[in-house]
Design a protein around this ligand. Structure first.
Ligand code: ARG
Length: 486
């Protein structure tokens, strides 16, 4: 339809190469909405007649309920929809729909509408997953486990503390996406191909009808910029790396060597050959799909970086990367939420692991500090005690006075004080005495859980408001259309 000055038609292979129609199935709905708002604006500003507007709007409205034949000769959804409108409304009216706009502002508009919806969906999924983490944490405020650094046992802690750490990570993912929305929700519509138009359009009015918070003012910026896409992709890539880390922990913890947790059957896969197997494939796929999303982000950035100013067809290629990032992250979050809600936690095994090592060494050192011993000295004493206990294969509280005396003498410390401290320090006493803000102690769990619950509700209110604002604007658009076409 667009090839006015071009002689030959595209061969099938070239058309297939050029066409974005398959990727465009994700933006059909947004393209129709954008065209409706644009048409209404053209009418309200006396650029087209009421009769023209009516015909175009009715044609667009009927396309909403049709399954579009993507096997057409159109290069993309914009061409397909316009050609169908012309077919339904006639050239005299339908041929006016594309007045004062271009596919360049159109596609930017559609992508922005799609991403803003995806951000809202991801934000809601994030809150569901955070809620699952916090509710599991509520049940495990007393579940003792080792905390790790270098995948070596480090300090004794609580499972709730681990879960709350990930809740906080996901809150930050939420914050990042919530901010990205502000950059995304600006309308490029009416920017034309690159330099604007001589026709007296009202860009602010289409922006409002479509629920945008403002417009991308500069028409060159509006049509050629995809920094908002890169930003969105980066936020999703960070989110996925966070989910991948949780997955990795759960994969390790569900091995028979660890046995800290057991995944519900519906989140595991069997082996085709080993009948005993219960593999954590779903979590492995989150790890694997994270790699794919990092690849998508790289694809977007490398597409943008060398592009001369103004629209370039290269930009067509980034759409599939966006769709895949959205789809994967939404599924990954929904699945993780269900995994958390069906997880079996082997509390006994976690506690056994925490008891079997010298995890209370730092707590013992700190008790010595509270008895006026410099930390460097108490570190030396406790290190010495661990070494003796390890060599004699005993827990720290089973060391006798003679075993303690050597290190006590070396550090000029009262051996009875050391004895008293090692005998009174257990993993439970450590967690009772762990009081610092944000620590893995018992008291902090209660405070943090209550605080995060409140935060979930506040965040929910904000996303719901955003959802409602968009719906309200689109309802308004739909009412106007009904009014005009009735
Ligand atoms: N199918 C194109 C895309 O997805 C639409 C814009 C084409 N514009 C152009 N001037 N060739 O990016």
């Amino acid at each position: 339809m667009y090839r006015s000055r071009l002689g030959a038609d595209l061969s099938d292979i070239t058309l297939d190469y050029v066409s974005s129609i398959n990727d465009d199935t994700q933006i059909i709905f947004y393209d129709i909405l954008g065209s409706q708002a644009h048409t209404l604006m053209l009418y309200e500003n006396q650029i087209i007649t009421k009769n023209d507007a009516r015909k175009i709007l009715s044609a667009l409205q009927s396309l909403k309920n049709e399954k579009l034949d993507t096997l057409s000769e159109a290069e993309d959804i914009h061409e397909l929809i316009e050609s169908l409108v012309i077919k339904k409304a006639g050239m005299t009216s339908g041929g006016k729909m594309h007045t004062a706009r271009s596919r360049n502002d159109q596609v930017a508009l559609d992508i922005r509408m799609k991403i803003r919806d995806d951000i809202n969906i991801i934000c809601n999924c994030l809150l569901d997953t955070i809620e699952a983490l916090v509710s599991l944490a509520t049940n495990h405020q007393k579940t003792i486990m080792p905390l790790y650094t270098h995948l070596q046992q480090a300090q004794v802690g609580l499972f709730s503390h681990y879960l709350l750490a990930h809740a906080d990570v996901l809150f930050r993912d939420f914050d990042r996406l919530y901010t990205t929305f502000v950059h995304v929700n600006q309308s490029p519509l009416g920017a034309g191909p690159v330099g604007g138009t001589s026709i007296a359009i009202d860009r602010h009015s289409t922006a409002k009808m479509l629920g945008f918070d403002g417009i991308v003012e500069n028409s060159l910026d509006a049509t050629s910029t995809r920094d908002f896409v890169a930003e969105y992709m980066a936020m999703v890539a960070i989110l996925m790396t966070n989910l991948s880390r949780i997955s990795e922990d759960f994969i390790i913890w569900s091995t028979s060597e660890f046995s800290f947790i057991e995944l519900a059957d519906e989140f595991t896969s069997p082996s085709s050959v080993m009948p005993q197997k219960k593999n954590p494939d779903i979590l492995e796929l989150t790890r694997g799909k994270t790699a794919e999303i990092i690849g998508n982000l790289t694809a977007v950035l490398t597409t943008i970086k060398g592009l001369a100013s103004g629209y370039g067809r290269d930009l067509q290629q980034i759409k599939s990367s966006i769709w895949s990032a959205s789809k994967i992250s939404i599924s990954a979050l929904m699945i993780l939420k269900s995994i958390l809600l069906t997880l079996h936690v082997n509390e006994k095994q976690m506690k056994k692991a925490a008891e079997s090592s010298y995890l209370i060494a730092l707590d013992i050192a700190e008790k010595l500090v509270q008895n006026e011993i410099p930390f460097r000295t108490s570190h030396k004493i406790t290190g010495g005690l661990v070494q003796i206990a390890h060599e004699s294969k005993k827990p720290l509280n089973k060391l006798g006075i003679t075993e303690i005396s050597q290190i006590a003498k070396e550090t000029k410390t009262d051996p009875n004080l050391i004895m008293k401290i090692i005998q009174s320090t257990t993993i439970t006493s450590s967690l009772k005495e762990r009081k610092s803000f944000g620590s893995s102690g018992y008291d902090e769990q209660k405070r943090m859980i209550a605080d995060r619950m409140k935060k979930i509700n506040i965040y929910r209110t904000s996303t719901t408001k955003r959802d409602n604002d968009i719906s309200k604007a689109l309802d308004g658009l739909s009412n106007k259309i009904n009014e005009l076409t009735k």
